[in-house]
Design a protein around this ligand. Structure first.
Ligand code: NAD
Ligand code: ZN
Ligand code: ZN
Length: 379
């Protein structure tokens, strides 16, 4: 898969990546997925997304080649690779901030490395391909347990870990009301995870009815279609005894719908680093003293966020790119115990040569699309 510019994706031949460092591995990809974050790249909104880049930060595969210092992986191992690239030993990695590694990205003042996620995130090629180079192969990639299905393992590499992390950052207490903006893969997994952490009520908000239906079925959530309400914030107040939700999770990010002015100033005129409408709805819908957990991705520059209201309400705002591997031990338990079947949210499976159609369908939210898996001939 090769990026040719906004809304342009092509299939091209590239050389098979080689071992460039003793702790690299080369993985033969069996399955990859398209993430909501890839849509920000596809729409040309992520700074320094260069033509010729291969996207894809959710993938699993089989180890094809290892560098001389790799100890934890062998050729032929079936592995899942967290979307973060990280060294495992810098100041930040030592504190579990794998998504903020200091050694993998020349722009590492904020984010660390992410596969296939522009030069802002290190300029690595991603896994929507037949082969991918995996740096620090002893740190991130993990052999997939025999009992775990490929598709479930694939979702662990980002969407599922991110949803779970979103719920974790909410600091949910027993009985809390948790509202989740966005019923995409991240929002669905966040809503499901909120129950694991003791939520008493889970409400999912979106405007795509088919996704809200999935939120009811998969995450046992109450749902609200914001397009059917004049003011979603008033509706949220009404449904929470006029206090607001205890915890709100933003699983939408910078391309939110629901406010034309924000959409034009952000997406069209690029005066903002993204439309903050979902984030502002989160700030307005949470109760005073509550917590907003931001999983949605935002650009690095200014957006008109209601920061003063957040301050005056005494909110706790928590956010990060998910350090995916940190969530794996508990997620494996939940899956093994049957509390969760991640691939229930998968709607499409498309061969790599048709990936451009996969992007178009996901971007335009056609054909009931929630999560698309890309398969390769190696699968
Ligand atoms: N923090 C992380 O580590 C991380 C990891 C993965 C994805 N993300 C980000 O999470 C976000 C969601 O990812 P996804 O894969 O679920 O994407 P997605 O595009 O499938 O889902 C986004 C959903 O938000 C809905 N939406 C749009 N405007 C809304 C609004 N104002 N209020 C409520 N819902 C609204 C859309 O209809 C859509 O269903 C993206 O911004 C993505 O970049 C972050
Ligand atoms: Zn992602
Ligand atoms: Zn590090």
């Amino acid at each position: 898969m090769v990026y040719r510019g906004p809304y342009k994706i092509r299939i091209d031949e590239k050389d098979i990546p080689r071992i460039e460092h003793p702790n690299d591995a080369v993985i033969r990809v069996t399955q990859a997925a398209i993430c909501g974050s890839d849509l920000h790249l596809y729409h040309g909104l992520m700074p320094d997304t260069r033509v010729g880049t291969t996207f894809g930060h959710e993938f699993i595969g089989v180890v094809h080649e290892v560098g001389p210092s790799v100890e934890n992986l062998s050729v032929g191992d079936r592995v899942m690779v967290p979307f973060n690239i990280y060294c495992g030993s810098c100041y930040f990695c030592a504190r579990g901030l794998f998504s903020n590694c200091h050694n993998v990205n020349p722009n590492a003042t904020a984010v660390g490395g992410i596969y296939g996620y522009s030069h802002t995130c290190g300029g690595y090629d991603g896994g929507q391909a037949e082969f991918v180079r995996v740096p620090f192969a002893d740190v991130g990639p993990t052999v997939i347990p025999d009992w775990l299905d490929d598709e479930d393992a694939l979702l662990m590499t980002d969407a599922l870990a991110t949803g779970y992390f979103g719920a974790q950052l909410g600091d949910i207490r027993e009985g809390d009301t948790v509202a989740v903006f966005g019923a995409g893969p991240v929002g669905l997994f966040a809503a499901k995870s909120a129950w694991f952490m003791g939520a008493g009520r889970v409400i999912v908000i979106d405007h795509l009815e088919y996704r809200l239906a999935k939120a009811r079925e998969f995450a046992q959530a109450e749902t609200i279609n914001f397009a059917e309400h004049d003011d979603i914030v008033v509706t949220m107040k009404r449904t929470t005894d006029f206090l607001g939700a205890d915890v709100v999770i933003d699983a939408v990010g910078a391309e939110a719908d629901g406010n034309l002015t924000q959409h034009i100033t952000a997406a069209k005129l690029k005066l903002q680093g993204g439309s903050p409408i979902a984030l502002n709805w989160a700030i307005d819908s949470v109760r005073k003293g509550g917590t907003v957990s931001v999983m949605g991705a935002y650009g690095p520059i200014f957006s008109a966020v209601k920061f003063g209201d957040a301050m005056n309400k005494g909110l706790t705002l928590r956010m990060n790119q998910a350090p995916a591997k940190r969530q794996w031990p508990r997620l494996l338990e939940h899956i093994k115990n049957g509390h969760l079947k991640p691939n229930d949210i998968v709607t499409h499976r498309i061969p790599l040569e048709h990936i451009a159609e996969g992007y178009h369908m996901f971007s335009a939210k056609l054909d009931g699309c929630i999560k698309t898996i890309i398969t390769t001939d190696a699968a």
